[in-house]
Design a protein around this ligand. Structure first.
Ligand SMILES: [Zn+2]
Ligand SMILES: [Zn+2]
Length: 214
């Protein structure tokens, strides 16, 4: 692709949106870190401290037990990583994903989560390893980033599952549980059966123009 000369750039043109979502951003003073090891840490097989501030904040042994009964701790730990925190707490679910999720309902979403997990991270190899999970478009993708089952690298770091083998049935089931915890959290009031006519409450009133008098 040809690069634009400086004087060719139209200053009135809207700048392209910055690629905000990256896995390695940190905001350590607000307790949002990144635990993906950098190259140096990986070479030393070092795991644990935040790559920016070096703090040890996570009980990895506890996390690696993958105990569905201990999910509250797992969620709190995940939220210490900036990117996961956004997916749990602040990133808005895009309207398409939100509507689809409420219409689909938890029973079907659970089945969908299972097939996504089996396809995208179940086998240890994937042609787009590390990039196989979109940032938005489906509540399951949101959940995968939130719970660190988006790619085999995040799975290895967070859940202690080596990258060089396929997931076991127990591991697949564990991730489905985590995804369901996430979906219940982000979709308050979602039903098991779903509501085919669901629209976002208040959405219609907002888009209706206000009638003018006179
Ligand atoms: Zn940090
Ligand atoms: Zn990942």
């Amino acid at each position: 692709m040809a690069t634009k000369e400086v004087d060719e750039i139209d200053l009135d043109e809207e700048p392209p949106p910055l690629r905000k979502m990256t896995c390695t951003r940190t905001d350590c003073k607000n307790n949002r870190h990144c635990f993906l090891p950098d190259r140096k840490m990986s070479r030393r097989k070092q795991k644990g401290p935040c790559r920016t501030c070096g703090k040890e904040l996570i009980d990895w042994t506890r996390l690696e037990k993958k105990d569905a009964e201990d999910v509250a701790y797992t969620v709190e730990a995940l939220k210490l990583e900036l990117i996961r925190h956004e997916y749990w707490c602040s990133k808005a679910i895009d309207p398409k994903a939100e509507t689809l999720a409420y219409r689909t309902g938890l029973t079907r979403l659970r089945a969908d989560a299972e097939s996504v997990i089996r396809k995208s991270v179940g086998p240890h190899q994937h042609p787009a390893q590390g990039r196989q999970t979109k940032w938005d478009g489906n509540i399951i993708y949101y959940g995968q980033h939130a719970t660190a089952c988006c790619c085999r690298r995040c799975i290895e770091v967070w859940h202690g599952i080596p990258r060089n083998r396929d997931l076991t049935e127990d591991e697949v089931r564990y991730f489905i549980e985590l995804l369901c915890v996430y979906m219940r959290h982000r979709l308050p009031g979602v039903t098991d059966a779903g509501d085919p006519g669901w629209t976002k409450p208040g959405a219609e009133t907002v888009s209706k123009p206000i009638p003018r008098k006179g």
